[in-house]
Ligand binder design. Structure first.
Ligand code: HEM
Length: 209
């Protein structure tokens, strides 16, 4: 089995595990647990996948370099986790009533839906054909992932019934995002001033003049 197939198999096993763990709770709580677990799995995997190039560049660790090669497949798995979360939430939480998304009392749902559309656009254009056709716009589209993360943090903190109620989990997620943003957007170090100056020893040409 090649590495790409292993990524999808791993994602399927992880999803089954999440459902299995949800089933360990009281029967009445299972839908809430499934909604929470699938939502958190989607958010956590998104943050990890976005961090891959940052970690690979900083550490050159073999595992990070391997993950970098598989980033496209890993990104599609993130979208599939988000899709399962949305389907479970629609089924058990919202009863397929789309009107809930426009409820002014629950703007976190609309925020989650916008983030989901961004993830969908990114997954749909995760192929060589789109990279070629969209040109520079492909890179711009990929940058929307940072908007999606901001929206999802708001969604997580406002919607969450399990993980979001744990201040340690929320703290770790926020710290991870702040550290990631710092390393991703920190200004590049300027070359040392001395490198731009004339060499200390005059060159032969300078002496001739
Ligand atoms: C149409 C789009 C979406 C809808 C309607 C929706 C709905 C919900 C609802 C009702 C909850 C509360 C349920 C609970 O915590 O048990 C929730 C929680 C959550 N959702 Fe979403 N969601 C959407 C998209 C997303 C996406 C795209 C992600 C991540 C990629 C996500 C991540 C989360 C997380 C992390 C939680 C909190 C889990 C917890 O702390 O318990 N959601 N969502």
């Amino acid at each position: 089995m090649d590495n790409k197939a292993k990524v999808y198999l791993g994602a399927a096993v992880l999803m089954l595990l999440v459902f299995g763990i949800g089933m360990l709770g009281p029967a009445k709580m299972q839908p809430v647990l499934w909604m929470s677990y699938t939502g958190f799995l989607a958010l956590a995997s998104l943050l990890l996948v976005v961090a891959i190039p940052i970690v690979a560049k900083a550490t050159r660790h073999p595992l990070a370099m391997k993950a970098l090669v598989l980033q496209r497949q890993l990104g599609i798995c993130v979208f599939l986790f988000a899709l399962v979360h949305v389907l479970i939430t629609m089924q058990f939480g919202l009863g397929w009533n789309i009107a809930f998304l426009l409820d002014p009392q629950a703007t976190f749902l609309l925020v989650g839906a916008i983030a989901f559309l961004i993830l969908f656009a990114m997954a749909a254009t995760s192929n060589d054909f789109s990279v070629k056709t969209l040109g520079k716009n492909w890179k711009r589209l990929q940058m929307l992932v940072y908007v999606a993360i901001l929206l999802l943090l708001a969604h997580f903190i406002n919607a969450g019934l399990v993980f979001a109620k744990n201040p340690i989990v929320v703290g770790v997620v926020l710290l991870f995002c702040v550290a990631g943003a710092y390393f991703r957007f920190k200004p590049k170090a300027k070359p040392p001033v001395s490198a731009k100056q004339e060499p200390m020893e005059p060159s032969k040409e300078t002496i001739k003049q």
